[in-house]
Design a protein around this ligand. Structure first.
Ligand SMILES: NC(=O)c1ccc[n+]([C@@H]2O[C@H](COP(=O)([O-])OP(=O)(O)OC[C@H]3O[C@@H](n4cnc5c(N)ncnc54)[C@H](O)[C@@H]3O)[C@@H](O)[C@H]2O)c1
Ligand SMILES: O=C(O)C[C@H](O)C(=O)O
Length: 338
């Protein structure tokens, strides 16, 4: 893909997206592969050396996307599956990534997508429960704060829920926090790994800037504007796309990055830690049993859930605003399946 004399220039970004420390390889299935996220995500997964087999499914267009992506000269096999072949797409898969569902238009909240996306995600989760009950499920479809509890409850109903195998992908918030803090502090994103905890919508997104050297001194308007931009980065893209959807390319990058982290953990690499929205005991005493906090990924998926660490006074307030809304979103998801 890259010319020999250009290789140096490309080394840094590709190393940041894909890190491969082990030889074991895995079958990955994308549900919603024909969409705005699904297509670039499928391409990026085709480039991941830890993916041996890529299975692409959508209710429209997946065979075409698969034919196209399959010509890329990396070792993995690619197969496309049309609407009626969902079971075949899931056969023998270890990791299922779900970006199926409708995106926002200007003026909508993520919760406004619930009525359409809840049943899409529930039905896909039921198929995974039936065909690939031990697969790891990575949920991208919004509203993530509700769709993850929907997936968990659906698996629970089918008697196959394992909390170490269900993840809400909140990596785009981490990617944005890193990129935006780098701009504000005049550094590079690699120096700005900001833990982002909570959920994935506006005030439920809680960036912990005080835990990063480049972020801890920020105050006043600079701090407030940065927090707002991280919490509402999605709206920025929805507005700029002006009715044509929400973040797709940066989300595909974030989805491929999280998938690679999980695959490295599954392959036995130690110390792979990243925030993700999982069944989480940290705020269970407040009735909130799903929460994104830094999670160590290992051979079984979730290996260890880390605490969120010390918070500044501002972050305490952000967390206070996050919890009630997150609780509502989680309960709405659970009620839908019940
Ligand atoms: N987690 C995040 O950070 C994040 C970021 C961006 C977007 N999203 C969400 O991801 C979802 C997809 O966004 P998009 O821009 O790719 O939308 P899109 O409309 O471009 O693509 C969605 C795809 O899902 C497919 N689909 C619909 N029902 C399906 C089903 N039952 N089975 C399989 N495929 C089905 C559609 O055919 C379409 O190809 C949206 O809900 C969006 O809000 C999440
Ligand atoms: O904003 C959206 O609706 C899509 C996504 O959740 C995002 O954060 O970009």
């Amino acid at each position: 893909m890259f010319a020999r004399n250009a290789a140096r220039a490309f080394t840094a970004p590709s190393a940041r997206l894909f890190s491969s420390s082990s030889a074991r390889q895995t079958k990955v299935t994308v549900l919603g592969a024909g969409g705005g996220i699904g297509q670039p995500l499928s391409l990026l997964l085709k480039l991941d050396p830890l993916v041996s087999n890529l299975s692409l499914y959508d209710i429209r267009g997946a065979p075409g996307v698969a034919a196209d992506v399959s010509h890329v000269d990396t070792p993995s096999e690619v197969n496309g599956f049309a609407m009626e072949n969902l079971d075949a797409a899931l056969e023998g898969t270890k990791v299922v990534v779900i970006p199926a569902g409708v995106p926002r238009k200007p003026g909508m909240t993520r919760d406004d997508l619930f009525n359409t996306n809840a049943s899409i995600v529930r039905d896909l989760a039921a198929a995974v429960a039936r065909v690939a009950p031990t697969a790891h499920i990575l949920v991208i479809s919004n509203p993530v704060n509700s769709t993850v509890p929907i997936v968990a409850a659906t698996l629970e109903k089918a008697g196959v829920f394992d909390p170490s195998r269900v993840f809400g992908v909140t990596t785009l918030d981490v990617v944005r926090a890193s990129r935006f803090l780098a701009s504000v502090s005049g550094t590079t994103p690699s120096e700005c790994d900001v833990p982002v905890v909570g959920g994935h919508s506006g005030p439920t997104i809680v960036p912990l800037l005080s835990q990063v050297a480049k972020g801890k001194g920020l105050q006043g308007e600079t701090y407030e504007q940065l927090v707002h931009r991280i919490q509402f980065g999605g709206d920025e893209v929805v507005k700029a796309k002006d009715g044509a959807g929400s973040a797709t390319l940066s989300m595909a990058y974030a989805g491929a990055k999280f998938t690679n982290s999980l695959l490295r953990g599954l392959n036995g690499e130690k110390g792979v830690i990243t925030p993700t929205f999982v069944k989480n005991p940290l705020f269970a005493d407040k009735g909130i049993d799903f929460f994104s906090s830094p999670v160590e990924l290992g051979v079984n998926g979730v290996e260890k859930i880390h605490p969120i660490g010390p918070l500044s006074a501002e972050e305490e307030k952000l967390l206070e605003a996050c919890l009630p809304e997150l609780k509502k979103n989680i309960e709405k998801g659970k009620a839908f399946v019940a």
